[in-house]
Ligand binder design. Structure first.
Ligand SMILES: *[C@@H]1O[C@H](CO)[C@@H](O)[C@H](O)[C@H]1NC(C)=O
Ligand SMILES: *[C@@H]1O[C@H](CO)[C@@H](O)[C@H](O)[C@H]1NC(C)=O
Length: 312
């Protein structure tokens, strides 16, 4: 009960503080954590009331094959960007004046989306970290590439609250031996963005080479996974992981979420837990195995997680 009293005090404070200050107060743990985001700020009430929220757990058995889903198409050129420690996450922000724009389209998307930023969510231990999960199992890290609808809107901020405003490509990271060159650039650079507010310029970064080599994906309509939880995001989750090393993860786990000089708390575990799918469908372009016909009885085939994805 006392817990709730606390929250009310927070809301009273809200009216007295400036919006900007307030937006820095949400966290991933405790009384300003995901369960309370919707109560912290009226503009965030979708975080608690929304029925199309993200992330979600993906139950392979309920995936629906959609033969109309074509492969995603991404630009291939390199971009100039800035790696930032936001206190909530590690973020690679593409230079907004950089041309040519880096865009993606195709797949489930009817519009062209211009990449604005890439966010990293990761855990303190290898068993947790990603926001989306598969068959109840999270991955140690998830990379999310956010683009805004460049056909209809002017910028990311405007798009966030508009229909079909945002598309996000999600990549799960799994532990492996080999290093992806681009991911390694982010990891090395992160050693210079240890504290909140630290920024490091990264020139000639290849978003394309961060992506696993696959045309298969899952897609559903959802939301931003941070306040204000706007339900304007088309999610495209790639069906192959990016391999990351244990050493790379341990470097990321050294990031802090406070400014230098303040009492330090590690950034790790910066993920929102899965939200109910409700009536939404998760579609995929992975063709099911040919259905066998036996004496006129059609066998129903299900999707299943690959052995590699099973908990070891
Ligand atoms: C973005 O790119 C432009 C043109 O290349 C450059 O002049 C500018 O300094 C860059 N901005 C940042 C924040 O890196
Ligand atoms: C985004 O676009 C809107 C509409 O044109 C404009 O009012 C706003 O200032 C822009 N925001 C940024 C951050 O550029």
């Amino acid at each position: 009960m006392e817990f709730h009293v606390w929250i009310l005090v927070f809301i009273t404070c809200l009216e007295l503080t400036s919006g900007d200050l307030w937006t820095k107060w949400w966290t991933y743990q405790g009384i300003s954590g995901p369960d309370y985001w919707g109560l912290l700020n009226k503009e965030w009430n979708l975080c608690s009331k929304g029925k199309h929220q993200s992330p979600v757990d993906i139950n392979p058995k309920t995936l629906v094959y959609d033969p109309n889903l074509k492969p995603l198409r991404l630009d291939k050129h390199r971009v100039d960007a800035a790696l930032m420690n936001t206190g909530h996450d590690l973020l690679l922000r593409v230079n907004s004046t950089y041309e040519p724009y880096f865009t993606f389209t195709g797949g489930p998307l009817s519009y062209k989306y211009r990449v604005h930023q890439i966010k990293l969510h990761f855990g303190r231990v290898d068993q947790i970290g990603s926001e989306h999960s598969v068959a109840g199992r999270p991955f140690p890290i998830e990379l999310q590439i956010y683009g805004y609808n460049h056909d209809l809107y002017n910028n990311f901020t405007e798009s966030q609250s508009m229909p079909h405003g945002i598309a996000a490509i999600s990549i799960f990271g799994m532990i492996g031996e080999e290093k992806n060159t681009e991911f390694e650039i982010l990891v090395q650079a992160s050693q210079q963005t240890i504290f909140k507010g630290d920024i490091l310029q990264i020139g000639g970064f290849s978003i394309f080479h961060l992506l696993p080599d696959t045309d298969s994906y899952l897609t559903y309509e959802g939301s931003q996974t941070q306040p204000s939880c706007m339900e304007t995001v088309t999610w495209v989750i790639l069906n192959k992981p990016l391999y990351v090393t244990k050493n790379q993860l341990s470097i990321l786990r050294q990031l802090h979420k406070a400014q230098e000089g303040l009492p330090q708390v590690l950034m790790e575990n910066n993920f929102r837990p899965p939200m109910p799918l409700n009536r939404r469908t998760i579609r995929t372009n992975i063709a099911p195995k040919k259905q066998e016909q036996n004496c006129g009885v059609k066998k129903i085939t299900f999707y299943e997680v690959n052995d590699k994805y099973k908990v070891t």
